[in-house]
Write a protein that binds this ligand. Structure first.
Ligand code: PMP
Length: 325
């Protein structure tokens, strides 16, 4: 075998000790991590296919079902950030050429539209000014006009601060033979969401916001309707990594022996398990109440400073209007 002199030496930048400041994080994620979740980052490494890891994954699924308020069997975590869940959702339930209706009232609708377009869907955008949400009437008009297989809405729009109401949207979509996909990356744990009761077919979130975990794991759940849409596909999903069939098997959702698919972020999952455990111990209602209370306090103090809120609806993410000058 040939041997060559190394042309790139060990970088001087890596000979310095790693330095990380202790920062108070008040932006829309990542957020500061609770000591118990930090401690999970120090646990021993185990294999992604060890029985103990499968047990942790099962506990995570229980925690997601609680946080999402769903009984869906197809509940799991995507190895990746919120964007990975966005792609996993679209790639599995939409086929190239199918019509997708996207609520675009901020960045997240724009991103979903872009991903759907890249995978060959026919994208119809319902564009609204940042800070506005979609009424049932808006949605009915879009469903009737475009006959989509999927509607996308963002629950907590972190680029404008608006919160999308969700009661009645699932039923409306189902009347039009359409699935409802909702982004709760910024809102899960911060404001009420009821996946089954609200008829949401695919719901995803992220680990690094109100769940206070490190970034890099994204809870997701698929309804029976979404599962049937997947099972009736004519084409394979464009992504192997995000293929629901493989993921469902690895996450123990299909009653078959688990097979290797990819190496999951073991330590990140342990952190997520702990954040879901904290949420379960505290209780969802208490978590929502706490976020509401802190927000009201912040509103009050901001107003005393003479600052105006951009929108008022969202109880976990506060946007100020920029004062003139
Ligand atoms: N959706 C919303 C509402 C978000 O706030 C974010 C992150 N800011 C994302 C999706 C994307 O998540 P990530 O950055 O973890 O990929």
């Amino acid at each position: 075998m040939a041997s060559y002199p190394l042309i790139v030496g060990p970088p001087a930048s890596l000979r310095k000790p790693l330095k990380v400041p202790d920062r108070l994080l008040l932006g829309p994620g990542p957020s500061n991590i609770a000591p118990r979740i930090m401690a999970a980052g120090n646990l021993p490494m185990i294999g992604h296919m060890h029985d103990e890891m499968y047990q942790i994954m099962d506990e995570i699924k229980d925690g997601i079902r609680y946080a999402f308020q769903t009984h869906n069997q197809l509940t799991m975590v995507i190895s990746g950030s919120g964007h990975a869940a966005m792609e996993a959702a679209l790639f599995n339930v939409v086929e190239p050429g199918e019509s997708v209706l996207v609520g675009v009232n901020g960045l997240w609708g724009q991103r979903i539209a872009e991903i759907a377009e890249r995978m060959g869907a026919k994208v119809h955008q319902m564009v609204k000014a940042p800070g506005e949400y979609y009424t049932l009437k808006d949605v009915e008009k879009g469903l009737t006009q475009h006959k989509p297989v999927l509607l996308f809405l963002t629950h907590g729009e972190s680029t404008s601060g608006i919160m999308q109401p969700l009661d009645g949207y699932g039923d409306l979509c189902h009347k039009h033979n359409c699935l409802l996909l909702v982004d709760s990356v910024a809102s899960l744990g911060g404001a009420p969401i009821y996946m089954d009761k609200q008829g949401i077919d695919i719901l995803y979130s992220g680990s690094q916001k109100a769940l206070n975990s490190p970034p890099g794991t994204a809870p997701i759940s698929f309804s029976e309707r979404a599962r049937n849409k997947f099972l009736n596909r004519k084409t394979k999903p464009v992504s192997f990594y995000f293929d629901l069939k493989n993921l469902a098997n690895f996450w123990g959702c299909d009653n078959s022996p688990r097979m290797y698919h990819h190496t999951t972020p073991v330590i990140g999952l342990m952190g997520l398990r702990e954040s879901l455990a904290i949420l379960a111990e505290e209780g969802l209602e208490e978590s929502w109440r706490k976020h509401r209370e802190v927000t009201n306090y912040l509103y009050e103090r901001l107003q005393k400073l003479g600052l105006q809120l951009f929108v008022k609806e969202i109880p976990f993410l506060t946007m100020n209007a920029v004062p003139s000058g």
